[in-house]
Design a protein around this ligand. Structure first.
Ligand code: HEM
Length: 488
């Protein structure tokens, strides 16, 4: 009797599973959305084995067009390879796509409260507070502290070039420059606190990005099968430990900029009697924002400096144009203001071209929160939607000779000929990266200081072409080496 019941139950489970899976994996053909054929349980993830994921996305675009559907394990995903559709999703239909799907599978409290991971009313209120940390006035105050850090970095390079026969491992300096910039400029840490906390912060940022890296099989498994995350997170030990260390660390609460703003800002809320009341951010909300700044800003900003310096070394004529613009626009002014930095138009173009060729954020991700139709395509609640900036950037119809480094593509004239959503290095719409003005300013300061002191060339150790990895943003896979020669 028991054996018969067991057989019947097993059979029913198998039939249900079969029905569920055949319905799931035929979803896109029923919706008339083209895409690679999925295999059961794995979906299309096996196609990434041993390949560059961005190349796989490009190949799919060439084969299936501007919108395609595929499966990450059991999760239905749609890739958007078209600027107009990107605009619909990020702006016009924002209410259906306001949720960001996570790309850091292992999160620890209070990360759930940061901007990356929240949505709805909570996100809207926190975002309003966070954005106010980056007004022109606060940016100018922060930049003063970036100058100090960049001067320290350039002095260290000056000191070390003799020892290293001019071949420099730029990655080491970019990492330290970047973490010190965040600590000094955004958290207004003094030298003593910096000495005390720098390594802790550096370790937390490294571990968080390592944990979410495409090279980490544990993260891959958790992203593909989110149901396994509670089990898998037990193995994410280094990231968890460094996260807890930093969340518990006491930060200087008296004199800080972004931190000070977050500590004193108010959010408006409706209380139980339906009255509006103001309240400060909780300690955990503040900590969540600070942690997000550290890990988001760290890897992206460091990668931008590495990619940019590599391109300047590869194209010394462009480097010379940038140097000329710096002297022509700023003269000998050591510490230009935020507005001065804005007038370096050619440098802007060089940075933008760097972000096009090396898309640090190769996609902008959303989860569809309600069924909707765009351009005849049916988006169902729960779909993961990725706007594939990388496939738009290497489309020869949008960017002719896409493999060539041509800053002039970003002149105002040439930009106005293109779709405004053909370039989205920091996303777009209400969820656009709140740190982009700071990043652009910080990167420009680094370049100004670097090019005033050194000529940058490739060295015998420069990897050409540069190999890249997704950790979780696009970054150089190995250390970036360049040759520096003092100009004085
Ligand atoms: C090269 C540097 C950077 C790149 C390429 C970059 C890129 C991006 C992108 C593509 C998004 C998603 C936007 C969207 O969904 O529409 C984003 C969001 C975000 N970024 Fe950045 N970012 C950079 C630097 C920074 C810095 C310096 C900070 C720190 C202040 C930061 C903090 C954030 C936060 C908190 C969000 C979430 C915003 C929200 O959902 O409301 N990022 N970033």
């Amino acid at each position: 009797m028991f054996a018969t019941t067991l057989t019947v139950v097993t059979l029913m489970v198998v039939i249900r599973m079969y029905r569920y899976l055949s319905e799931l994996y035929s979803l896109f053909s029923r919706l008339n959305i083209k895409g690679p054929k999925p295999t059961w349980v794995f979906g299309n993830i096996l196609e990434f084995n041993g390949k560059d994921p961005l190349q796989v996305f490009t190949d799919w675009k060439l084969k299936y067009g501007k919108v395609l559907g595929w499966f990450e394990g059991f999760k239905p995903c749609i890739n958007i390879n078209d600027p107009e559709m990107a605009k619909e999703i990020l702006i016009r239909k924002f209410d259906c796509f306001s949720i960001r799907s996570t790309y850091r599978p292992f999160k620890y409290y209070p990360d759930d409260l940061d901007l990356m991971n929240t949505y709805g009313e909570h996100w809207r209120k926190q975002r309003a507070v966070f954005s106010k940390s980056f007004t022109p006035t606060t940016l100018n105050q922060m930049l003063e502290r970036v100058y100090r850090t960049s001067s320290d970095c350039i002095n260290a390079l000056m000191r070390d070039i003799e020892v290293n026969s001019h071949d420099m491992n730029l990655t080491e300096y970019a990492e330290v420059f970047h973490v010190e910039t965040i600590c000094r400029a955004m958290l207004e840490m003094d030298d003593k606190s910096l000495l005390q906390h720098r390594d802790l912060i550096l370790d937390a940022a490294r571990q968080s990005n390592r944990s979410a890296s495409a090279e980490n099989e544990l993260a891959g498994l958790a992203k593909t099968y989110p149901g396994l995350t509670p089990l898998l997170r037990h193995f994410d030990t280094k990231n968890k430990e460094s996260h807890h260390r930093i969340v518990k660390a006491e930060v200087n609460k008296q004199k800080t900029s972004v931190l000070c703003h977050l500590l004193t800002a108010n959010v408006l809320e409706v209380d139980s009697s339906n009255n509006m009341k103001k309240r400060h951010l909780t300690r955990d909300e503040t900590m969540a924002h600070l942690y997000a700044i550290l890990v988001e800003a760290f890897a992206t900003g460091k990668a931008l400096i590495e990619f940019l310096t590599y391109e300047l070394a590869m194209h010394t004529d462009i480097q010379e144009n940038v140097r000329r613009e710096i002297y022509k626009t700023l003269g000998d002014k050591e510490n230009p203001t935020y507005e001065d930095l804005h007038s370096l138009k050619y440098l802007d173009m060089v940075i933008n071209e760097t972000l096009r060729i090396h898309p640090i954020a190769p996609g902008v991700q959303r989860t569809c929160s309600e069924d909707c139709v765009i351009d005849g395509i049916q988006f169902k609640k729960g779909f993961i939607v990725r706007i594939m900036t990388c496939t738009i950037y290497n489309d020869p119809k949008i960017y002719p000779d896409p493999e060539k480094f041509i800053p002039e593509r970003f002149s105002e004239e040439r930009r106005s000929d293109r779709h405004p959503f053909a370039f989205l290095p920091f996303g777009h719409g209400p969820r656009i990266c709140p740190g982009y003005k700071f990043t652009m300013a910080e990167t420009k300061i680094f370049v100004i200081k670097l090019l005033r002191k050194f000529r940058v060339d490739i060295s015998s150790q420069t990897e050409i072409p540069l190999k890249t990895a997704l950790r979780p943003g696009l970054c150089p896979k190995n250390e970036v080496h360049v040759k520096l020669t003092s100009l004085h």
